[in-house]
Design a protein. Structure first.
Length: 200
């Protein structure tokens, strides 16, 4: 089911890119993200939560930008600590989780910033595979959206700053993965990202 949804999203993006009648440009991007998570698993009696803790995410992207509308896909990878956090403090295990993800997106140009900058909003599905210690991998589907500002450096290079968020309604954990006192929750994420984009 998850593979079918991911393939359908990619087909829609390919169709949009192929049928565009306006001038468009391809670009590749490489960057890093700094996400902050909430949810994942919660202990109702104490309010403590078990979740990925402040990983640095590496990302690469390919997009095709037209005058108003663009399409593309981000892929990302991170090794993350796993933290149990409550009001009294935090306990974390380093490099306990790894995650691989893909985010097909549609982008809409909102306005120009200065003579050459561009402000866009992006959104689309999110597909992630979480590899958990001793229990294997979990595939999750969600949604992601962001606001991004691209400013040219000269020539074909530009810098991109992005502020976004995402949610996977299903936790990376199942009940069998957790202590009985913990309950799975949707995984929410807010993040900032910076990247370099090269226009081909």
């Amino acid at each position: 089911m998850t593979r079918s949804l991911a393939c359908a999203a990619l087909l829609v993006i390919a169709s949009l890119a192929g049928t565009s009648t306006i001038a468009a440009q391809w670009a590749v991007s490489f960057g890093v993200r700094a996400p902050r998570f909430s949810g994942a698993a919660v202990e109702p009696s104490t309010g403590r939560s078990l979740r990925p803790y402040r990983p640095t995410v590496l990302e690469a992207g390919l997009d095709r930008a037209g005058r108003r509308v663009g399409v593309g896909v981000w892929v990302h990878y991170a090794s993350s600590s796993l933290a149990l956090e409550g009001s009294e403090g935090l306990s974390a295990v380093k490099d306990a989780l790894t995650v691989y993800g893909a985010e097909p997106f549609v982008a809409l140009r909102v306005t120009r910033v200065g003579p050459d900058g561009v402000l866009r909003i992006t959104g689309g599905p999110l597909l992630e595979v979480w590899k958990l210690p001793d229990v294997g991998s979990r595939t999750r589907i969600g949604a992601a959206a962001a606001v991004e500002l691209a400013m040219p450096f000269g020539g074909r290079w530009s810098g991109v700053a992005r502020l976004g968020g995402a949610v996977t309604p299903s936790s990376p954990f199942t009940r069998d993965d957790l202590d009985p006192s913990l309950e799975p929750r949707a995984l929410w994420r807010r993040e900032v990202a910076v990247s370099l984009r090269y226009r081909m």
